[in-house]
Ligand binder design. Sequence first.
Ligand code: NDP
Length: 281
Amino acid sequence: MPGRFANKVAIITGSSNGIGRETALLFAKEGAKVTVTGRNPERLQASKKALLDAGIPESNFLIVAADITTSSGQDELIGQTLDKFGKLNILVNNAGASIKDPQNRIGISQSLETYEQTMKINVESVIGMTQKTRPHLAKTKGDIVNVSSIVAVPAGWSLLAYYPMAKAALDQYTRSAAIDLIAEGIRVNTVNPGIVRTGFHESEFGWSAEEAKKFYDDMGANRSSIPVGFAGRPEHIAKAIAFLADRDSSEYIIGQNIVADGGTTMVLGIHANVLNSLNSS
Ligand code: NDP
């Protein structure tokens, strides 16, 4: 039976790891031809292996090593995709990172350079990719899904001030882009993940894999942090991305955010205190 992405071509940025890799896998299993991308060659090889292990033929995917924050990297990604597959139907702007301050400064003491790098990967690369793919997506009446974060919600994040600012900017950009582009038949929406087991927190805090695992286990064990009782897995987010990328499922949804966080943003401090006292009584 043809999958829901049969005859579709998708670029998924940040698909050398985590959420992006799982999204590429899901799309490919459901019939899409996918471009997988990132900078790290070993991680790209691991994504290639995951696709081959899932029975996806090499003719259905393309691996492009590129830095998405550079204009030449973006051109390479789009150019190679069009050369191999001839069109573009779906763009998933998933690559993102919370940049570690070189001197380990936290909060609003982080350097302006850290701020600039954070905006470059989380916002400017999305603007560049959206502008450059626009004519190709207009031809196919295509779909864009941006990957933001729950850190974009209106709450203060004292530890890392700039990453939440970047994701909040991305959410607002999504709404503006959605209005502009729907006139050309292109839909734009966003998924905002909560805490998900990927390489993200290892890069963010310079943690080892064991330290990251402990963080996810501890967070998941604390229902006042994650009410559903476990940290998310990449497939939870991939499924939400697929829903928004699939026009049959979500045609009438324009410029919206789906929060996939196991309930984290439902819990205010006051609720957490009540949950904690119930748990301890
Ligand atoms: P990972 O660190 O596992 O993956 C990040 C991906 O982005 C990698 O494929 C990485 O590729 C790519 N990337 C980073 N910088 C660049 C760059 N300059 N050029 C090209 N590719 C780049 O993290 P996640 O899978 O968790 O992150 C995916 C998205 O989800 C991000 O936008 C993140 O902000 C968001 N998110 C994640 C959460 C979580 O808890 N995990 C929570 C909320 C949001 P490479 O290293 O090969 O360059």
